[in-house]
Unconditional design. Structure first.
Length: 189
């Protein structure tokens, strides 16, 4: 799902690209008549959203807090939205994709993710481009990409996502490893 950006992509390009990929997965999940395919796509979506959120909280939000007007409030608002998204994804993680409740939760996730992406793209991203140099935005993009590669792939509601990142690069990440194994097997097989 990643790797289409080049080293000259800035953080706004990278995160906007992530949003489009998430929306594409949401559309595929909701259009699929096959429960097993919905499960595979949902697992992929959850992993992408968690990586994206962790990377934003580690690298983007500290910059927003320091460099854009009302950045602290905006970052806190985004973290609250991430938490709500994590709660819904946790409900989807082991849900039966053939049950009507699954699609109800998926519609809720769709609504939350699209709202969050629109807020960032319409309000925050233009401020970043206006107030931060192109070089810094490219550097921030590289940090975001690096953070996404190392971030956890499962939702952990209630946990600060930047702390989660630091915990998962250490020992005891079996749950994350299992999902990564599962996803890599599905993507290649």
């Amino acid at each position: 799902m990643n790797g289409q950006q080049t080293s000259t992509s800035d953080v706004v390009d990278i995160l906007t690209h992530d949003h489009r990929e998430m929306e594409e997965l949401l559309d595929q999940i909701q259009a699929s008549p096959d429960a097993e395919q919905r499960r595979d796509l949902t697992d992929m979506l959850i992993a992408e959203v968690v990586r994206h959120a962790v990377a934003e909280e580690m690298y983007l939000y500290p910059v927003m807090e320091k460099r854009i007007p009302n950045g602290t409030e905006e970052a806190e608002h985004d973290k609250e939205e991430h938490e709500e998204i994590m709660q819904v994804m946790k409900q989807l993680e082991d849900a039966d994709t053939a049950e009507p409740a699954f699609m109800e939760r998926m519609h809720k996730l769709d609504e939350l993710l699209r709202h969050h992406a629109k807020d960032e793209e319409v309000d925050q991203f233009p401020k970043l481009r206006e107030l931060i140099s192109a070089e810094e935005l490219i550097d921030l993009g590289k940090k975001i990409e690096s953070g996404k590669r190392l971030a956890p792939t499962r939702p952990h509601p209630g946990a600060p996502h930047s702390e989660l990142f630091h915990k998962t690069v250490g020992a005891g990440v079996g749950m994350i490893d299992r999902l990564r194994d599962k996803l890599s097997g599905r993507m290649t097989g």
